[in-house]
Design a binder for this molecule. Sequence first.
Ligand code: LHQ
Length: 260
Amino acid sequence: MSEPVLYHLDQGVATLTMNRPEVLNALDETLLAALRDAFALAADDEAVRAIVVTGAGRAFCAGADLGAGNVGSAEPDLGERLRRRYHPLILAMRVCPKPVISAVNGVAAGAGMSIALAGDLVFASASALFLQAFTRIGLIPDAGSTYFLPRYVGEMRARALAILAEKLPATEAERIGLVWKVLPDDELLPYARRIAAQLAQQPTRAYALAKQALNASLGNDLATQLEVEAVLQTEAGRSEDFREGVSAFRAKRTPAFKGR
Ligand code: LHQ
């Protein structure tokens, strides 16, 4: 049997590829567990300083596996399935102390779209599509979609995406702020890996702290968030990379960051 998630490490970048192309990388228990494990491995490995998540074949991910024996087959409690399998994955992506790039190479539907949006940067191929497929089958958006959508694109667009559940082309997703950059299909993965490899040479500890600040931001008032920034900046200010950044600036040389 082929691996449900391919794990490839090169130049400080772990590429995680969901690998069930025959069902557009639909999420079954095995794939979900493997993806969570792959994020844990990449988060813990000091050699990994940036992560790319993508899909094998023509899709990014078609969401929960709707095939026989999976969701919809005498499922007693979908909420429990979410808590057990999806929430740990989405949280792992958000709190991962390394930048996570979603390279959306084709359709990202249902919880597959939620996984895409959980990345820190979302790049998409020109032929990619985003689909809040949930209400089409009588479910509500989950795995973080109701959290990410209003924050990324505003209330009205979030509601339209969730309720109309229309296919959203990549260029339109970029226009409304769900995607940072759209690339020609054959350039997406090389581009995502190139950017990730560049990030891997940068002060990645600062990215981790910036993620922490941004994760906290939307639930906080200004005074609270200023304090969050101060606490995290104290930490950044004590890092080797900060000393190196300033010293390289003064010496007019290229800094050599170590992510510490
Ligand atoms: C699939 C799937 C799929 C299995 C394509 N499953 N086989 C729910 C419950 C519990 C907890 C967690 O959270 C969730 C959240 C969710 O994610 S609910 C939303 C689930 N996803 C969907 O409803 C999307 C279903 N798929 C589609 O609407 C279409 O396949 C899309 C629009 C994604 C792509 O359409 P096409 O490009 O026309 O491809 P296709 O439909 O022909 O699919 C290709 C194959 O992949 C096909 O198999 P076959 O044997 O006929 O070649 C599909 O059956 C299979 N596939 N999605 N989710």
